[in-house]
Design a binder for this molecule. Structure first.
Ligand SMILES: CC(C)(COP(=O)(O)OP(=O)(O)OC[C@H]1O[C@@H](n2cnc3c(N)ncnc32)[C@H](O)[C@@H]1OP(=O)(O)O)[C@@H](O)C(=O)NCCC(=O)NCCS
Length: 292
């Protein structure tokens, strides 16, 4: 008898990401060693749109999502093809459909190393490196600069206090996303002279907690807006995604045992995404790779 067999190739069809069981999406992200839990997929599906590549018996081989922020901007993420199906055109096919759905919106995404050539070939350009920092939070945090202002908890019904600040830092109003994230997040604000000058969110994600978004006017402010959450996570796993390569904030994260686990490249298509105003608020910590 023959010792090998060539199986018939199968066809994948695109379906709406909401039409499949979340456990299939979870299995897909596990196949590429991503930490998303079913709950994380649920949140992402509430936040955006997407497609999956499904075979004739309902198995999911790939995904791609996009998240509109206002009418003329969107971020792209969760672009995955399962290892068995990689390097056969599936990633490009998924991306082409997502780009069509995004229409003429300006776009941003955070590219992993394997996806970078695909995005370059689709017309994206590089803007910055993003550092995924994570680890077990120590019992005692490193020394911090003096606190300039007052830290407070923000109840989720007071999101209006931070949306304008966030829009200045992010470049687009993303009030709807902040409202979704705030459902399961603790939120801290930093105020000076009665004005909110920074905020941070902390929520469960993947292996532990993610601190982000972190919006602040300076490294010093960002340190305090991060430490306020880290203090409650001693001994637990935490993650911060930041574009700060060095400086007081990056050093603070490093000394807090949040080492760089991976880097991704922030890319855009259309108008430039990252535009820092001097002395203005800035995104020190990302909401997530997919949400930017
Ligand atoms: C990145 C990823 C989605 C690409 O999916 P894919 O199905 O392999 O993509 P495609 O087969 O359509 O290939 C797209 C491009 O990637 C490159 N590429 C894919 N596989 C490659 C390989 N084995 N070696 C070199 N380049 C490769 C090629 O440039 C290809 O371009 P081409 O169409 O001109 O040949 C997939 O590798 C993946 O899921 N990786 C893990 C998760 C991840 O990092 N996702 C990206 C998040 S930003």
């Amino acid at each position: 008898m023959q010792r090998s067999v060539r199986l018939k190739s199968f066809e994948l069809v695109a379906r709406d990401i909401n039409d499949v069981d979340v456990e299939l999406l979870h299995a897909l992200s596990i196949s590429v060693r991503w930490p998303h839990r079913p709950k994380d997929w649920d949140l992402l599906r509430r936040a955006g749109h997407g497609i999956v590549a499904v075979d004739g018996i309902g198995r999911v081989f790939g995904s791609a999502m996009w998240f509109p922020h206002g009418d003329n901007f969107a971020t792209i993420g969760l672009v995955i093809t399962t290892p068995r199906a990689q390097a056969q055109g599936g990633g490009r096919w998924l991306m082409e459909q997502v780009l069509e759905q995004c229409g003429d919106r300006n776009l941003a995404l955070n590219a992993t190393h394997p996806a970078y050539p695909l995005y370059i070939s689709l017309g994206f350009t590089s803007e910055a490196i993003d550092y995924m920092r994570q680890g077990q939070v120590p019992q005692t945090l490193p020394p911090m600069p003096a606190l300039d202002g007052e830290l407070n908890d923000l109840p989720s019904d007071r999101l209006g206090d931070i949306t304008a600040l966030d829009a200045r830092a992010f470049g687009t109003n993303r009030a709807r996303l902040l409202a979704l994230l705030s459902d399961d997040a603790s939120i801290a604000t930093l105020s000076r002279g009665g004005e909110v000058v920074g905020y941070s969110m902390c929520r469960e994600f993947g292996r532990g907690h993610v601190i982000g978004p972190i919006v602040a006017r300076s490294d010093q402010d960002a340190v305090h807006l991060t430490a306020v959450h880290l203090k409650k996570l001693a001994g637990r796993f935490a993650r911060v995604d930041t574009r700060e390569r060095d400086g007081v904030f990056a050093e603070f994260l490093q000394q807090s045992s949040l080492g760089v686990a991976e880097t991704v490249t922030t890319m855009s298509k259309g108008r430039r995404f990252l535009n820092r105003e001097s002395n203005g608020p800035w995104v020190y910590g990302l909401a997530s790779h997919a949400l930017s």
